[in-house]
Design a protein around this ligand. Sequence first.
Ligand SMILES: [Zn+2]
Length: 410
Amino acid sequence: MERTVKLRVEVDHNTYSALKEVEEEYREVLEEAINYGLVNKTTSFTRIKAGIYKAEREKHKLPSHYIYTACEDASERLDSFQKLKKRGRAYTDKPSVRRVTVHLDDHLWRFNLDKISISTKRGRVLISPTFPKIFWRYYNKGWSIASGARFKLLKGNVVELYVIFKKDVKPYEPKGFIPVDLNENSVSVLVDGKPILLETNTKRITLGYEYKRKSITTGRLTKDREVKRKLKRLREKDKKADVRRKLAKLVVVEAFKSRSAVVLEDLPRNTPEHMVKDVRDKQLRLRIYRSAFSSMKNAIVEKAGEFGVPVILVNPSHTSSTCPVHGTKIIYRPDGGDAPRVGVCEGGKERWHRDVVALYNLRKRAGDVSPVPLGSKESHDPPTLRSGRWLRAKSLHSIMNEDKMSEMKV
Ligand SMILES: [Zn+2]
């Protein structure tokens, strides 16, 4: 697992120009390396390096390891370009090198709390950053600094250094399962075999922002400073990321405490169409899909990695339309009705909430054989929590207990 921390340092003119030289020549090597990969149809670091190393070494007076790291950089860029191309999302015929971030290996930089040194053509330059809080958090909590780092040059003699922290966490052998079902406006979880629905309102929020954005930009240029400022103030991304982070943490900590595995649907990467079918605008639909499904899934998987919680991805087909008890079809009201997410099992005639069905099916697909409760109230009417409430909660368990208490009072 890796985390990158950004350090911004203002340096003197000499240091900056020494690094500028490195950046310019690094860019040349990088472009050569990319071209070599394209011409020879390879993304392999070893092959690219073998192909260009000698010529580049003669051309540049750079410390030789920059040629290695530029080849690595090229191999990564070619690799992700190829992936984009496969998915039909590459808009150029070759990867373009617009901004350069210089990659460093353990020969090219040394880390020290007082001074960080970086190799240049003129010898090593020293920079002394002030470390942000987030840096100390990783530094003091068992993360180690990786041998590779990167830097980028900004205007005004500012160097941006990316330090990478690493931590090895081995996933444990799971004793149970916590299935998580993602939806447009909610996420449902099975805790201790009991379903609970957490409202996220992702779709509603995205549509709301779209509406606000339109009303800000209609009839105006998006380049307009006032418009830019207003758009920035919406902070849609930050707010959604915050919801994702908190949700991922609640789920993962719960799984960690009970030594369970998290079970998720292995979502198709590129077919949001059927999931958010009532939204006509294609871009908007993609945005909802990303924030409600793929980004949410990534947030949970990433958090799980941090805690060593195993994640099991299962086939998503028919998870909400097959009865987990009888294996027969569940019919949802075709006309929508007043509870469109509640259906009736063709086999046993019992009622099911769509999200609860999915949870039990996910658990089953992960290999759990524990019995599924039949015809309980929770199966068709699971407790639902508004986002305002679960966002403040310390754990999913405390939510469940609170919920029991309030039921008893009623
Ligand atoms: Zn049934």
